[in-house]
Design a protein around this ligand. Structure first.
Ligand code: P6P
Length: 333
């Protein structure tokens, strides 16, 4: 069989009635922006794009030059196509309106342009995460309120992971599909059809330095994993923590596992560490579409009713049986 590209996959999804031409164009434009970000990320020190930008983002975090570059690439790529009503970015406080001289469409695009960017300067994989909602504000200019829809309303979600290869992973509600960037051809090749999260696993991902801050259910769950074959789980487990959500979640999607950034005493006041609208929600849609589960520990992530565009939320996602166990421990208190 000849190589199928992202474009061909999207045309087939459109023919099957799963997406419309505007959503197809939206995803193709995001994928094109991802290619441009990949080129910048892969240049590293050669292009003077490493290091701090000298500015802070809405989260109060020091921006890397590549954070700013990736954000600009995504905003500029998506402004003119006529498929969007507005955009929201981790790097920008306010809703980004479509310039008045461009036509508007029916979708809202949210993204974390370069997640895990603290890893950039040490050459560790980073990624882009995006989420697509239908515009709920009619003909008026979209406001923050227009974006505040539960994750179950997403019509598409995906990420790019800039690792040894650049992968574009996407769901439009018909399973999860991966595409590998062919740098010579400049196209995304359909390499990972119907990705699924293995239900059983022996790997967990959590920042163990926060152990003393965790709530009892998480303390119990992790302690049992660490007791290994001598403990109630009856088998040994391995731990991984890249500190780049896209890299950690991609590993979970590819070979199973559980990824956890739970509520702890350090991040309790903020509601969690990871952002709901453009990190937790898109990853939760991907993981559920791949047969896994995604919870805050107390609630399905995709059912969380947002109250603020940049709000944070606890994240426990991956192999369904593991997530269900953690949720059960929260219910037991
Ligand atoms: P910590 C990166 O800054 C990020 O938002 C996620 O990509 C990652 O999973 C998490 O924070 C890492 O947090 O506390 O381990 O540095």
């Amino acid at each position: 069989m000849g190589r199928v590209t992202l474009t061909q996959y999207l045309i087939e999804q459109q023919r099957a009635g799963r997406i419309n031409p505007d959503l197809r164009l939206l995803i193709e434009v995001v994928a094109r922006a991802v290619k441009a970000i990949s080129v910048n990320v892969s240049k590293g020190a050669l292009a003077g794009v490493l290091g701090e930008a000298g500015t802070d983002n809405v989260q109060g975090e020091a921006q890397k030059k590549l954070d700013v570059i990736a954000n600009e690439i995504l905003l500029q790529a998506n402004e003119w196509g006529g498929h969007l009503a507005a955009m929201a970015s981790e790097e920008v406080e306010e809703v980004h309106q479509i310039p008045f001289d461009y036509p508007k469409g029916g979708y809202l695009l949210l993204f974390d342009p370069l997640d895990g960017s603290s890893n950039i300067d040490v050459n560790i994989s980073v990624g882009t995460i995006f989420s697509v909602l239908r515009n709920s504000s009619g003909d008026g200019e979209p406001t923050e309120q227009s974006f505040l829809q539960p994750g179950r309303e997403q019509v598409a979600a995906g990420y790019a992971v800039y690792g040894p290869s650049t992968l574009f992973v996407l769901t439009v509600g018909n399973g999860v599909h991966g595409f590998t960037l062919d740098r010579e051809m400049g196209s995304f090749v359909y390499t990972h059809p119907f990705m699924t999260v293995p239900s059983e696993t022996h790997e967990y991902a959590i920042n163990a330095s926060n152990m003393r801050h965790w709530e009892p259910p998480v303390q119990r769950y992790i302690a049992e994993l660490q007791q290994g074959v001598l403990g109630p789980r009856g088998k040994d487990f391995n731990m991984r923590w890249v500190a780049s959500m896209v890299a950690d979640v991609h590993r979970v999607l590819t070979r199973g596992g559980i990824f956890m950034y739970p509520l702890d005493e350090k991040c309790r006041a903020a509601g969690g560490k990871l952002r709901l609208m453009y990190e937790a929600n898109p990853m939760a849609m991907i993981i559920e579409q791949a047969g896994g589960a995604a919870s805050t520990g107390r609630e399905r992530i995709l059912d969380v009713q947002p109250h603020k565009l940049h709000q944070r939320v606890p994240v426990i996602l991956g192999s369904a049986s593991e997530v269900e166990r953690v949720v059960a421990y929260h219910q037991e208190g």
